[in-house]
Write a protein that binds this ligand. Structure first.
Ligand code: ZN
Length: 171
């Protein structure tokens, strides 16, 4: 019996991860700019009235204010990295932002998909990248250069929200 499950894109598989639990790995070499997968799962609306609402679903992927995708397998296993090799475009398209070798874990920066200022991941990051931030927060707390380095691989609605937030802040 095979222990690896290969998904329809044939580019990814789920295995245990040195970062956390299970992770998504490249089943073959992936080129920079290549679409890796469509993140499947229901859209969830949440007004985040209380801090409990804010922190309740750390695995949801925000694509615009108050809206998230609750990812199903395999993308629910995508881990965070402070030096990611993938990012999300539009609402739910996962792209390689650098070349990814077969067997490498595929990660994105969870801060690139969260606009809720009160949000903090309920764990300390151990991604081992040299600029690991340890604390994972919303996009507003990233250095501006870091945000710019991710564009266009930030969900469109998150980009709009971030630009509006910056304008209001500088007023
Ligand atoms: Zn990190």
């Amino acid at each position: 019996m095979k222990s690896k499950i290969i998904y329809s894109s044939k580019k990814i598989e789920v295995q245990s991860s040195p970062i956390e639990g299970k992770g998504v790995f490249a089943a073959g070499n992936i080129e920079k700019g290549e679409r890796i997968a469509i993140i499947q799962g229901p859209v969830c609306f949440n007004e985040n009235k209380t801090i409990h609402d804010v922190l309740a679903h750390p695995d949801w992927i925000c694509f615009k204010e108050h809206y998230w995708v609750d990812p199903t397998c395999p993308c629910k296993y995508l881990n965070h990295s402070c030096a990611p090799n993938a990012g999300i475009r539009g609402r739910r398209l996962l792209y390689a932002i650098k070349p990814i070798k077969k067997g490498e874990e595929i990660c994105f920066d969870y801060s690139s998909t969260e606009v809720e200022l009160r949000w903090v991941a309920p764990w300390t990051c151990h991604c081992k990248s040299k600029d690991c931030r340890k604390k994972i927060t919303s996009i507003q707390r990233l250095p501006k250069q870091k945000v710019e380095s991710y564009i266009p691989f930030i969900p469109t609605g998150v980009q709009y929200y971030y630009e509006r937030w910056r304008k209001n802040k500088s007023r």
